[in-house]
Design a protein around this ligand. Sequence first.
Ligand code: HDE
Length: 724
Amino acid sequence: MKKDNTKNSKTNPEKDAKSQDLERNREYSEGQFITTDQGVKINNDHNTVKAGERGPSLLEDFIMREKITHFDHERIPERIVHARGSGAHGYFEAYGNVSEYTKAAFLNTTEKTPVFVRFSTVAGFRGSTDLARDVRGFAIKFYTQEGNFDMVGNNMPVFFIQDAMKFPDLIHAVKPEPHNEIPQAQSAHDTFWDFISLMPESMHMIMWAMSDRAIPRSLRMMEGFGIHTFRFINKEGKSTFVKFHLKPKLGTHAVVWDEALKISGNDPDFHRRDLYENIEMGNFPEWEFGVQLVPEEDEYKFNFDLLDPTKIIPEEMVPVTPIGRMVLNRNPDNFFAETEQVAFHPGHVVPGIDFTNDPLLQGRLFSYTDTQLSRLGSPNFHELPINRPIAPMHNNQRDGHMRQEINVGKTHYSPNSLNDNYPIQAKESEGGFVSYYERIEAHKVRERSESFSDHFSQAALFFNSQTPVEQNHIINALRFELSKVETVAVRERMVGLLSQVDKTLAKKVADGLGLTVPANPEKPMNKGVGADADQKKHEPKPLDKSYEPSDALSMIKNPTVTNTIETRQVAFLCGDGVNEKSLTALKKALESKGASAKIVAPNAGNVKTDTGKEIKADFAFFSSSSVLFDAVYVPSSKNNTALAENNNIIEFINNAYRHCKVIGFDSDLESLIKKTAINTKRDMKSNDIPGVLINNNTSKQFTDEFITLLGQHRVWEREAHITE
Ligand code: HDE
């Protein structure tokens, strides 16, 4: 009995083409007998066959052997990078405005294209924490009518290295050290910084990776970037360079580092849970998809090389043109079958999209098929339900492990006359993919272009575009990470490199490490050229200072921030006999703007209000923490003294205070406030603590202010009050 998947009534009201395609693989066990893999009904699934009730098990027990054999083989190799991931289905809807630049059909229609997205961290193993300081993978599979297009991007627009040859070295350096397999999901260790300190080309990416972008508030609040420059190709065969961008509707937001550390303990699945729960609740994450377009003729117009993946095109130079939106509206039915088995590849492109000669991209074009062969174990990984295109697939490839398709007919070669030469090639006019007609005239060299040698100007651009709060976070991140490096020479080399980005940055990091900034930084070994190459010829260009700071690079100034409180979660710390009027007033106001109030109570059951009503608790004081919420409100209760004596509550508030979250108190909670860190600061600054609000008789002014500050994500001015 196959039954319709109505699991999420709020999600996926319409069945897109991919969801329909997946239907033939969905298995519903409701109302069914349990069987072996051969369909034999099982009579007893709890006991093995034995010689007597207390006797030895018999080898003939084919049911037990089949069950345990399958179990023994349940794991497949995890991804060598990006092992920890979370996925979701959804759709892409183009605005249909790019035919001048690309013939890609899915970009020139307003019909929805199904997508599957997988977000990931890079360094940690499959079971590692979501809040590791790390780059986030942002990989999208577009199931277009012309075949699959994969945008395998990240939440940062540049990369650590310029040439694919260095990728195994980078990943070896960042992964746990080989002799003791320490540390897990962290870049804060010797081998990573040793490598980085010898690779000045990583300096721009290091600025991003040490910024708060590496600790997102939610996967729903991250930007996405294709990183490399790709090509759009239009019907006339004309090429336009293109960079892909995704901007989240909820703005780009992060947590702070101390919070990230605590979330990792409180809820290592914080991001995965947030994505899953929001989709279940019908809060569908949305991004606007945009492109930066550069005419072919302008290839050499910039003071950096468009092929260099350590460079951005500042949005002030080339604005991002919105060309569509992407919405995620359905959770996978099965994590393994979909999120784990999905196989992305930057080489999966459709007519109208093509590659450039970015040497990092070129290496990736080899790597992804190769890795799927070892991870998924067969050249037939494209037949797995999640990877299968919705466009028809016909070719002469045959056989191999776990082949699903039953190819009918006698010919599997081309040309053939026995089957009228089918399947036949498609002409360009019939939608056949034709590579861009690029003229290449060159020597065969193992070299790097001199135009890739300015490693510091854009690192400085990123640092200078941040607000002071964000700059401090970068400085603190570098201090934290480098303080975990045991080899002092590595720390010194890093400070030397940082001094070439920004003197103040280097000085502040050096202070934290008890070092001085070297006057003549050690010459980095790697200038981005082969060891045998003529170094003189490749001396880095002098610093190019022509960049104006770019607001788009700052999360606080970022124009995508929309000041919405949608989907934000506010902890209501409710003691016994909680003031119902006060609780309800703020709860309603928050809910009317799309946020939610979560009741945190003395126990995990119910809490009584002052009118004797029972309210269900979402969390208990002892099993919750402020790091899991965006803001905190403490309504008064019949026993305010009990609140003031509860260490969980005091720590809750102290953390919210330290992490710059808006905190509201009813006015008669003075005894509690006195016990918290807020009090000391208040004495110094006469009641005026940014983002700490006192509610007098459920006033509208309080509610409005609470909502405004929550919409700004954090009350950053407070950081000046906080000493570590
Ligand atoms: Fe990847 N990368 N990568 N990468 N990458 C993989 O492929 C690789 C790079 C990215 O959710 C692997 O299927 C090389 C840049 C994402 O399944 C592997 C190089 C960017 C994901 C691989 C790079 C990425 C991967 C491991 C340097 C941003 C996760 C498992 C030439 C544009 C996709 C897999 C998912 C995964 C190789 C550099 C993004 C080994 C050789 C730059 C988002 O093939």
